[in-house]
Ligand binder design. Structure first.
Ligand code: NAP
Length: 368
């Protein structure tokens, strides 16, 4: 198979580093270009991340000598890649301008950033849940004046554990959801070593996170409009979220209580979780976990240190299913925030978009 040539914008950051560990041996994708801010540009990748490589795996030799580009040089980047992953820390308006700039140059953008998540015609995809939202790409291309470029985003990392667990139960009509998330420091691009004030501490505020946790599921669960140019948000379940930062390196845990219109039995819930097979598994996408949802019977699971890496960090682990005295059921679930919740989720999304023909190989001479 001819591999796709891939650029990583924000390659030096937490998500960018994760992308490098996932892509350097990927069966479909070759890392063709690395870009970051002007302060990293012109350095080799090894120089640019010296003293701030945050992955447990060593820095892959194949990228060490690659020169980091300035992400502002969009036209040069567009000539070198079939598509890009984007994960940058910039104000929202600058991120949106950057992503739309690449799309207008004919480059598909698979984004980890939040800037375009609520833009009407930008699909916000969890591949196991709403792959069909990619049909909005055509309308977005018309708006941006391109027939090849587009932006697809993945949702916030905090929703990636409980939205899949509930999606498997949608036939019972969840109507109200109370969720408290316990989020790892890597979600802020940090480690416990470089964030010592987190040790032995909990910070009960993560800017913007509760709003995203309450709003984004509505778009993920929404229906495509008749013209396929927007998603009509789902009104249910209504969500109340509290998001806390805890002294954990990797893995966002969520404690969930949920009320249903037609409450399922315990056996029905476990059966739906066990047999939750969806498009990425059917297509055998390289990063698709199988199984996607894993129920753990032990009372003290899931735990970030034991379970965040389940399914190479792409599976969701669930435990402690029990009746809730106020709602119907409660449980705890966990996802790896920089794998499933960020880099891995965007790689799986890119695989889906390639398999469905939305991302193609750029012919020589295109995008010039
Ligand atoms: P990070 O570790 O702070 O890295 C930020 C990256 O952005 C670096 O590569 C940085 O390059 C680059 N950058 C900064 N200014 C830039 C500019 N003007 N032009 C181009 N690149 C620029 O942040 P992160 O945790 O990887 O997060 C990146 C994005 O992913 C954010 O939008 C975040 O919300 C989202 N996200 C993160 C997670 C997570 O778990 N960490 C999960 C989901 C989504 P330099 O090194 O050159 O400064």
């Amino acid at each position: 198979m001819k591999k796709y040539q891939v650029g990583i914008i924000g390659a030096t950051g937490m998500v960018g580093q994760r992308l490098i560990t996932l892509l350097h041996n990927h069966p479909w994708f070759d890392i063709a270009l690395l870009a970051a801010s002007r302060s990293s540009a012109g350095k080799t990748y090894e120089e640019a991340v010296r003293g701030r490589w945050m992955m447990k795996a060593p820095l892959p030799e194949t990228v060490q000598a690659m020169m980091v580009c300035d992400a502002a040089e969009a036209e040069t980047i567009a000539k070198a890649v079939d598509f890009i992953f984007c994960a940058v820390s910039l104000p929202k308006d600058e991120t949106r301008a950057m992503e739309e700039g690449f799309a207008r140059l004919g480059i598909p953008v698979v984004s980890n950033n939040s800037a375009c998540r609520l833009v009407d015609d930008v699909p916000m995809i969890i591949p196991e849940i709403n792959a069909e939202h990619a049909q909005m790409i055509k309308a977005q291309q018309q708006r941006l004046g391109t027939d090849r470029g587009f932006i697809v985003v993945k949702p916030n990392c905090s929703i990636q554990s409980y939205v899949p667990a509930l999606h498997a139960l949608m036939e019972f009509h969840p109507i109200a959801l109370n969720v408290c998330t316990y989020q790892a420091v890597s979600g802020a691009g940090r480690t416990l070593a470089n964030w010592p004030e987190m040790l032995g501490n909990v910070i009960p505020y993560i800017g913007g996170e509760e709003e995203k946790s309450e709003q984004e599921p509505s778009k993920v669960w929404g229906q495509l409009s008749a013209d396929k140019d927007a998603v009509i948000g789902s009104h249910f379940p209504r969500i109340s979220a509290q998001c806390l930062r805890v002294p954990v390196e990797d893995g966002h845990l969520a404690a969930v209580s949920v009320a249903f219109e037609n409450p399922p039995t315990r056996a029905e819930i476990l059966e739906r979780w066990t047999h939750f097979h969806t498009l990425p598994q059917a297509l055998k996408l390289p990063s698709a976990p199988d199984p996607f949802l894993i129920y753990l019977e032990e009372d003290n699971r899931p735990q970030p240190t034991l379970d965040a890496e389940a399914g190479h960090g792409m599976a969701i682990t669930i435990g402690r299913l029990r009746e809730d005295p106020l709602m119907d059921w409660r449980f705890v679930c966990l996802s790896h925030n920089t794998l499933r919740g960020a880099a891995g989720g965007s790689v799986l999304t890119a695989e889906l978009l390639c398999a469905q023909g939305y991302i193609t190989h750029r012919d020589k001479g295109e995008n010039t």
